[in-house]
Design a protein around this ligand. Structure first.
Ligand SMILES: [Mg+2]
Length: 422
């Protein structure tokens, strides 16, 4: 029986979501209408264009290029910082809105979802009409545009949504493959990476159509066991289901490459606390708890030093997880200069099954209240308004307006500081 699958992809997600958030908060300028980009900090060597507005594209700016080159192409370029909290919230809003159109929605990435619309025409009309309704609903309710790909399986729907952007609806039914998909470069086929595309090109396979007509035997020397799978993909074959049950991740991690050698325990601890705090916010956003913490330190020579520890019970409390990570750092510190700090929380479970640790349980009740308040402030004023007190000496945080959180501080100290500095 034929299925109807949509692939819905937010256009320039990071930039659109930042812009939609600014407009919601009353900003008079919309970065989508001027040359603008989202980028990491140039001062810390993370100045890469992550998303760009259409006017920025017209200046020739490309995603992935260094910010200083982008600024040369467009001196008046507006650069906006990344905001993980905004992206996480918009991603959840996007997923929840799509559930209005079908109970079968799979979150494929932070800004992409599959929707199974099979046998549902009585609700929102034919697939094209439903795609128009989805596109309008996202624009009206969430303030950004999407591309919708329509087909009979996930692979073709995904290929279709990658056709011309932004704010477009494309159909790619099996009978259209020959005209719409086969003439494309083989590297455009979903699941063909740059390395595979280059190997295929060297073997004379330049277009998706060339791959579709090739024999598995001829390609096995280059593609090994993937030969059949990629040839099937080039023919538009994909039987995978839209997965509605999202299994929680088993672990969550974050790392930071420092701009220079970090020579002291205190500075390494500052980076570690900042990473832990961000990761704790992510845990709570996803309603997850962790039962273990791993800390990784990498020297300039890339030698890795790893320590890990379990927590009794599960927690997503910043106080508990930061302190566990700092204890690990204390026991593993060897005075070797550090170039990368990493932290991972593992043994993740839904917070509905949280069991309070008898040792830290009472303190956690207090700290959970603080975490809730801090999460709320970040949601309302942006993630950069709060930071650990213990990281204040870090010059990267010069713009911070509100001071909060230190495992060593009492709640009353923090409350007073907040009132004074807010
Ligand atoms: Mg996208």
């Amino acid at each position: 029986m034929s299925r109807t699958i949509f692939h819905i992809d937010a256009n320039s997600a990071f930039l659109s979501w930042t812009a939609a958030d600014m407009v919601e908060r009353g900003s008079r300028f919309d970065p989508r209408l001027i040359p603008s980009v989202i980028s990491g900090r140039e001062s810390t060597r993370h100045g890469i264009v992550l998303a760009k507005s259409i006017p920025a594209s017209r200046c020739g700016i490309k995603t992935g290029e260094p910010l200083h080159l982008a600024k040369k192409k467009c001196p008046e370029l507006v650069v906006l910082p990344m905001s993980d909290n905004i992206y996480a919230q918009k991603s959840i809003d996007f997923y929840n809105l799509l559930l209005n159109f079908s109970p079968s929605v799979e979150q494929f990435s932070v800004d992409e979802c599959f929707v199974d619309y099979s046998d549902m025409e009585r609700f929102y009309g034919n697939p094209y009409e439903c795609a128009k309704a989805i596109s309008k609903a996202v624009k009206d309710n969430l303030g950004f545009t999407v591309n919708v790909g329509i087909s009979t399986n996930k692979l073709l729907a995904k290929m279709a949504s990658d056709f011309e952007k932004p704010d477009r609806i494309h159909e790619l039914y099996p009978y259209m493959i020959k005209d719409k998909m086969w003439p494309l470069p083989v590297g455009d086929l979903f699941s063909v990476g740059k390395k595979t595309a280059s190997k295929l090109n060297k073997a004379g396979i330049l277009r998706i159509g060339d791959l579709a007509k090739a024999s598995p035997e001829s390609l096995r020397p280059i593609l090994k066991s993937s030969a059949e799978i990629l040839i099937a993909a080039a023919n538009g074959l994909d039987l995978s289901e839209v997965k509605t049950e999202v299994s929680p991740p088993k672990s969550m991690s974050m790392s930071y490459t420092t701009p220079r050698d970090v020579n002291t325990y205190e500075d390494t601890r500052t980076y570690l606390i900042t990473l832990c705090e961000k990761l704790c916010v992510r845990l709570r956003e996803k309603n997850l708890t962790a039962s273990g913490v791993t800390v990784n330190l990498f020297s300039r020579e890339r030698v890795e030093n790893t320590h890990q520890n379990t927590i009794i019970g599960h927690s997503n409390c910043t106080y508990t997880l930061v302190n566990t990570a700092c204890e690990l750092l204390t026991e593993m510190w060897t005075k070797t200069p550090i170039r990368r700090v990493g932290v991972a929380f593992w043994g993740l479970k839904s917070d509905k099954v949280i069991q309070n640790n008898v040792w830290t349980g009472a303190k956690e009740v207090v700290w959970n209240t603080f975490d809730d308040a801090a999460d709320d402030v970040r949601r309302r004023f942006g993630e950069s308004v709060l930071m650990p007190c213990s990281t204040l000496h870090n010059s990267a945080h010069n713009n911070t307006k509100i001071v909060a959180f230190s495992p060593e501080f009492s709640l009353s100290t923090i409350r007073n500081n907040n009132v004074k500095n807010a």
